[in-house]
Design a protein around this ligand. Structure first.
Ligand SMILES: [Zn+2]
Length: 132
């Protein structure tokens, strides 16, 4: 599939994959609302996380992010995720913690993530109980 990138400064906005992602959701037999990290993980949706202050953004696989929140016992609603994250780029520049916007699913290749992947047995346990 052809992909088009819009170069903005040093960031690459993967607009095309966002559009394809939205179209794919619309075509699913039952529209799936991705509200929790575990939803994104169950549907293998890469999550886009954007800083609310600067133009820094990442696309992370949902599994390590879900596992991190699971281990910490944090609220896993996507709307609650920003409370636990801050922009590394802003921190390095001005030593202030700016929160990202709530993550949303995209069709994109994931960026490297420093968080650990879930233990296989935990992943299987959660997915065996996962029903939507
Ligand atoms: Zn930032």
């Amino acid at each position: 599939m052809a992909r088009f990138f819009l170069q903005v400064g040093e960031n690459v906005l993967d607009l095309f994959s966002s559009i394809v992602g939205a179209m794919t959701f619309a075509r699913r037999e039952e529209p799936i609302e991705i509200r929790y990290l575990v939803d994104a993980a169950a549907y293998h949706d890469v999550l886009r996380i954007e800083c609310s202050k600067c133009d820094h953004q990442v696309a992370w696989e949902p599994y390590p992010l879900w596992w991190w929140f699971e281990c910490k016992g944090w609220d896993q609603r996507l709307t609650a995720v920003p409370k636990r994250l801050y922009c590394k780029k802003c921190w390095q520049l001005v030593f202030r913690k700016f929160r990202p916007r709530p993550p949303y699913p995209v069709r994109a290749d994931p960026d490297p993530c420093h968080l650990p992947m879930p233990l296989e047995r935990e992943w299987k346990r959660v997915m065996s109980r996962y029903r939507r």
